[in-house]
Design a protein around this ligand. Structure first.
Ligand code: ZN
Length: 268
């Protein structure tokens, strides 16, 4: 275990549905719990890494209801080394009412702009990135895994993401003719990666590399005035980096998420 995070972790003793589903796979990996208080929140996160190769691709999983993301992170950790950090929240998307992927604001000024962050969270941000920095091989981007609902109709929000939807700040770059339906693989409207940066026009050469592998890309044009306190916005605005990739598939589409992981990591 990297010395920089030893004091932040403890033995993982209370199994979750995710860990119970994977008792055997986890037995060959290192598993710890990260827990800390900030304001009214008593955060619990599962930290998993590959003891054979602790430095590697490292994934953040903010949403505990997205079970396939957990399965995929485990696959990636066993296959490529590195590891992942996943929020433990009773299989729910929110943690005590706070969306963990809208909690990357450290000051009152951030929270004022970010409608979905309830309180500034400097400790949350520091802990999450201390863990990421301890395991992430520098050649890899900041990595996140999510799943989303079929299609894009619904109440909006992160659960309803689709290649068929675009806005002036989130642009779609499909690799295929996009198909609508349940878990249709790489051409499904819900199978995509998110990248982000501060320029209105994205790095088209970068997008082309992903499209050539069959990966649909959505590009988020990030700006401090539109900060939503998501991880991507934090990486772009505060760390000053465009090295962020979130791999999204429809809920339940484990095969496609693993396939995109293989393709994305082949580029690094
Ligand atoms: Zn999510």
């Amino acid at each position: 275990m990297p010395a920089s995070i030893a004091s932040m972790t403890k033995e993982f003793t209370t199994p979750t549905n995710d860990t119970l589903r994977h008792t055997r796979a986890l037995s060959s990996l290192c598993v710890k719990e990260l827990s800390f208080r900030e304001g009214k929140y008593h955060w619990r996160m599962l930290l998993v890494w590959n003891p054979q190769q602790p430095k590697g691709a490292f994934w953040y999983l903010p949403h505990d209801n997205e079970n396939v993301a957990f399965d995929s992170a485990l696959y990636a950790t066993r296959t490529y080394g590195g590891g992942f950090l996943s929020v433990i929240s009773n299989d729910e998307r929110l943690f005590g009412g706070q969306d963990p992927n809208r909690n990357f604001g450290t000051t009152a000024a951030h929270t004022r702009v970010c409608s979905e962050q309830k309180y500034p969270a400097p400790l949350y941000v520091a802990h999450v990135f201390k863990v990421i920095d301890a395991f992430r091989e520098r050649s890899y981007p900041y990595l996140a895994l999510h799943t989303n609902s079929n299609g894009y109709t619904g109440n909006g929000g992160e659960g309803h993401i689709s290649m068929l939807q675009s806005s002036s700040t989130v642009l779609s770059y499909p690799a295929h003719a996009i198909r609508q339906g349940q878990r249709l693989g790489l051409s499904d409207e819900d199978s995509l990666i998110f990248i982000a940066s501060t320029t209105r026009t994205p790095n088209l050469a970068k997008i082309k590399r992903f499209n050539a592998l069959g990966i649909n890309v959505k590009y988020e044009w990030v700006n401090a005035n539109r900060n939503d306190c998501s991880m991507s916005n934090y990486v772009v605005l505060t760390l000053g980096s465009s090295a962020y990739i979130n791999i999204e598939v429809e809920h339940g589409d484990s095969d496609t998420q693993k396939a995109i992981i293989d393709k994305v990591l082949s580029l690094y």
